[in-house]
Ligand binder design. Structure first.
Ligand code: PLP
Length: 387
């Protein structure tokens, strides 16, 4: 028998991919499945971006690029961050990677090892806990509660810091809850971190352009006092409907840039060149496709939150950002996993159990509203019948 490394038993997964596979199987058997399970925009990548990718291939961009990304792309990222957040970023601190996930993996590997602690949101994106465990570090959950708008309480986070803490991960707008952290809470966290200069911060801002109801994104890049230990993750997957292109970036502190570049060289050499040129067109071209997409998400958000609140035994908080609603379903008498399985098997509606995002997700179910309004209405009416 093969003898695998022990570390593999600590590696988790992202259940949304499993739900997607199961939904695909049912659909292949002829079942009519509505997928509110997967976290990706249902829109196509805008045409001018696709054309730029094709052009790059035709123009002969077939070779390696610098490991940290094309200089012109890193400059465009810095300009985009300046446009959106009013901040100065040195393009040398930008590292382009294949999607949002590699930044998480590299940041955790850079700071995590046995004997250290890394804090992460729970319920939160499942890959955080998975890679923390994989690194050998101890995962320390930050409980996100509905009564706090599914965001962290800065005093709670600060009280959990020990001399073993190496990294704190935060995420706003958040997956799976749609929660958005208010500026006051970020102010408080950053001020408190001044007493803990050994602690790095990873701010996952992949949904930074998906906020609703007049809310504005607060980027951690707007806090110069923490730049020397701040990693800000963002990318193209959600904003430009480019999940399959595998393109993302992060802004790293000076002290970490060489380390992360070496991780890139060891792992993937560079992101494929045509995707980088497509990403360049996304940042430098017209932004109306983004505005249109966000406006459509907002309509669906309002519809799904109100329809969920009308279901017996279901209560859904206002989802302020991203494209997820995270209703409490305890009143239905079903556990989260029972609801996920029965909604899929009996109603043909794919959702993801809150427990897939950590223990604090029990009692909740994640609905992605990256689907048409018609499909969302049909899905909720099927669930209503089942309930
Ligand atoms: N961060 C969060 C909070 C996410 O929800 C996701 C994707 O679902 C990612 C990062 C990863 O994005 P990518 O597909 O670009 O790796």
């Amino acid at each position: 028998d093969l003898i695998f490394a022990d570390s593999l038993s600590r590696l988790g997964t992202e259940s949304a991919f499993m739900v997607l596979a199961r939904a695909g199987k049912l659909a292949a058997q002829g079942r009519d499945i509505i997928n509110l399970g997967i976290g990706q925009p249902d829109f196509q990548t805008p045409e001018h971006i696709v054309e730029a990718g094709i052009k790059a291939l035709k123009d002969g961009h077939h070779g390696y690029t610098p490991a940290n990304g094309l200089p012109v792309l890193r400059e465009a990222v810095a300009a985009d961050l300046n446009r959106r957040h009013g901040v100065e970023v040195n393009p040398d601190n930008v590292v382009v990677v294949p999607g949002g996930k590699p930044t998480m993996f590299f940041a955790v590997l850079m700071f995590g090892q046995p004997g250290t602690e890394i804090m992460y949101p729970n319920p939160g994106f499942p890959i955080y806990e998975s890679v923390i465990k994989y690194s050998g570090a101890t995962p320390v959950p930050i409980a996100l509660e509905e009564k706090n708008g599914f965001t962290f309480d800065a005093d709670d986070v600060l009280s959990k810091i020990t001399d073993k803490t190496r990294l704190i991960i935060i995420n706003s707008p958040a997956n799976p809850t749609g929660g958005v952290t208010p500026k006051e809470e970020i102010d408080k966290l950053v001020a408190g971190l001044m007493d803990h200069p050994h602690v790095a911060l990873l701010s996952d801002e992949i949904y930074s352009q998906m906020l609703y109801g007049g809310r504005e994104h607060v980027s951690l890049l707007q806090y110069p006092e923490i730049r020397d230990r701040l990693i800000v993750l963002d990318g193209w997957s959600k904003t430009y409907a480019m999940t399959g292109w595998r393109l993302g970036y992060a802004v790293w502190p000076d002290a970490a840039v060489d380390h992360v570049t070496r991780l890139c060289i060891n792992d993937h050499s560079c992101v494929n060149a045509s995707a980088q040129y497509a990403g360049l067109a996304a940042l430098t071209g017209p932004q109306n496709a983004v505005t249109d997409m966000v406006a459509q998400f907002d309509k669906r958000r309002q519809a799904i939150v109100s329809m969920l609140n009308d279901l017996p035994g279901v209560r859904c908080a206002d989802a302020a950002g991203a494209f997820y609603a995270f209703p409490n379903i305890e009143g239905t008498g079903l556990t989260s996993m029972e609801a996920q399985n029965r909604f899929l098997d009996e109603a043909g509606v794919a959702t993801v159990s809150g427990t897939s995002f950590g223990a604090w997700g029990e009692g909740y179910l994640r609905f992605s509203y990256a689907n048409s309004l018609d499909n969302i209405e049909e899905a909720i009416s099927r669930i209503r019948k089942l309930l």
